[in-house]
Design a protein around this ligand. Sequence first.
Ligand code: FES
Ligand code: FES
Length: 170
Amino acid sequence: MTATTEETYDVRLRVNGMAYDVTVPARRLLSDALRHDLGLTGTHVGCEHGVCGACTILVDGEPMRACLLLAVAAQEYEITTVEGLTNADGSLGPVQQAFKDCHGLQCGFCTPGFLTTITAGIKENPEPTDDDAREMIAGNLCRCTGYQNIVKAVTRAAEIARDDAPGSAQ
Ligand code: FES
Ligand code: FES
């Protein structure tokens, strides 16, 4: 029996403001490319079926499941992973800080997906109510079932982002 060699493709991925050149098979999931080819292991993989939300990244600012995207199809876009959510000076970004403030972390497995989802959510709705917050995170599953503090973190993150916005009174 002869082994077949899988065809590979050269792909340039733009992630968190950096360009990465990788050579991947056509079927390489973006979630796997981020974790294994780029070493950005902050993106977590739970279900690999688009259900749990753990692998959520931002694609041109919009939340997307990295397990439902192919690396070869991602090169047109600006990708942001959880590693890219810190402030320019390296301090915690608004959503990261809010999770810390509100104890939104438990085991932390689902956290990167929540952080990216909420980052996009509060951009779209800068003043979310608790109901808005619940709706915002409805597509992300947390097996530690700690949603209460995550909901609190959404409103806290929005508050921090508003305070950090240029022109706001400090
Ligand atoms: S790992 Fe992608 S949605 Fe669950
Ligand atoms: S914090 Fe454990 S799965 Fe969400």
